[in-house]
Design a binder for this molecule. Structure first.
Ligand code: HAM
Length: 406
């Protein structure tokens, strides 16, 4: 029986792992610069948590969640995204009783039963950041700057930032009423999903991918015409501060995001490769969520980047390039004699491979070529006697002998 990976999943093979390590390192580095600390939460949570937060009008919960009963008859779900678990964890652990803002970042493997295609998987990895306790627009802009800096640190320079405000509960109620009216007028032209959303969360109709619906929805009410003065001012201030930081953005009226918890600012970074546009990062405010899942009234905001989508966009020239070294035992020198020398070189910070397969001298050189080794350190009888090492540069063929205290 030959087993294959489940549909929509990926193997990240050793040849690709340098890119992943780079994406993770840069994420840690940039998040730390903005005073975010790492949080790790479980891969699965109570299903009800996602139902309550991501929302039962979202496709993520409705159609895509990996939900199951465990042996104790508990209804659990593999996390479809990182935010809900993080909010649950900070509420459960009382972290909001400490000095605010609380800023956390995470890496989360997420699961969605989607139709797999390029950049869309059933298991994928997110780097996310969440900030709790601040409602001022400065926090929105600092968070957007973090995401932008992260992308730029990966060498991704041509991302487009789309932003919008979807208002608060108060102004959304007005908008929802107008949208329901609109849906009612056009019910024969809209798909079943739109009609369901018109009942549950009318704003989400704007996110419908059906082209016929999109044509109809072009004439739908616009969120921006329904914002209350507080939300309007908040959004204007976000735009003003983005301008001050010289961050380019495009206000996008129908950007509503695919999760139900958002309020006020929402944003996405997208990248176009060939004729394909991928959202590489998405986020926004969720000022009501903490309270909705049992915490105190606490504004919050965050984003997550899809690392599987960034992988192909990373500038590979930026990957750290530490020389790979093969220590070759030559003449009568045994592997046992080379072992402590290799250990010492590793302590000195070098990346060392040794002749574990017990190849002949020539076979070791061939192996070094095949592996793309940068330098070989040859330890033969002379070198052992003189406490030296002969270093051969595999690209130029240049060879020097150096003293080495092993
Ligand atoms: P999201 O837009 O659902 O937001 O996902 C964030 C990012 O994850 C997307 O922009 C995309 O890059 C990546 N992503 C989503 N689905 C897939 C998939 N099937 N395959 C590969 N990559 C994918 C959230 O998850 C929110 N939790 C973001 C957030 C954090 N909002 C506030 N805080």
């Amino acid at each position: 029986m030959n087993y294959q990976k489940p549909k929509g999943t990926r193997d990240i093979l050793p040849s690709n792992s340098a890119v992943w390590q780079f994406m993770e390192e840069k994420a840690r580095e940039v998040a730390t610069k903005y005073s975010y600390q790492q949080i790790r939460t479980p891969t699965f949570e109570d299903s009800a948590l996602f139902l309550r937060s991501v929302g039962d009008s979202s496709d993520i919960v409705n159609k895509e969640m990996y939900q199951f009963k465990d042996r104790g008859d508990r209804s659990l779900a593999l996390r479809p995204e990182g935010t809900a678990g993080v909010v649950r964890a900070i509420v459960e652990n009382g972290l909001l009783n400490e000095a605010l803002p609380l800023k956390v970042f995470y890496f989360a493997n997420c699961f969605r039963y989607e139709n797999p295609q390029a950049g869309r998987y059933r298991e994928f990895e997110q780097f996310g950041a969440e900030c709790f306790g601040i409602d001022a627009p400065c926090a929105d802009v600092e968070l957007i700057a973090l995401a932008k800096n992260y992308l730029e640190n990966l060498g991704i320079k041509n991302s487009k930032l789309l932003i919008n405000s979807i208002g608060c509960k108060k102004c959304r109620a007005e908008f929802n009423r107008a949208m329901r009216e609109f849906a009612n007028k056009h019910k024969t032209e809209l798909c079943a999903d739109c009609l369901r959303r018109a009942e549950l969360n009318p704003m989400r109709m704007l996110d419908c991918k059906n082209e016929d619906c999109q044509k109809v929805l072009k004439n739908a009410p616009k969120l921006k015409d329904y914002l209350c003065s507080e939300c309007r001012e908040h959004f204007d201030e976000v735009c003003r501060l983005l301008n001050a930081l010289k961050i380019n953005y495009q206000i996008t009226d129908n950007l509503v995001r695919g999760l139900d918890y958002y309020t006020k600012t929402v944003f996405e970074f997208e990248n176009t490769v060939g004729d394909k546009t991928l959202t590489v990062c998405g986020g926004g405010r969720y000022d009501d969520l903490v309270q909705e899942i049992g915490g105190k009234d606490c504004p919050a905001l965050g984003f997550s980047c899809g690392l599987d989508r960034l992988e192909g966009l990373v500038d590979k020239n930026l990957l750290p390039n530490q020389p790979k070294i093969l220590v070759i035992n030559a003449g009568n020198v045994t592997l046992e004699q080379v072992l402590p020398i290799a250990e010492k070189l590793r302590v000195l910070g070098k990346n060392i491979e040794i002749n574990l397969a017990n190849r002949s001298f020539n076979a070791q050189l061939k192996y070094a070529n095949k592996l793309g080794i940068d330098e070989v350190y040859i330890i033969g009888d002379e070198e052992l006697k003189n406490k030296s090492v002969t270093i051969k540069n595999m690209t130029t063929g240049e060879q020097i002998t150096k003293n080495f205290d092993f």
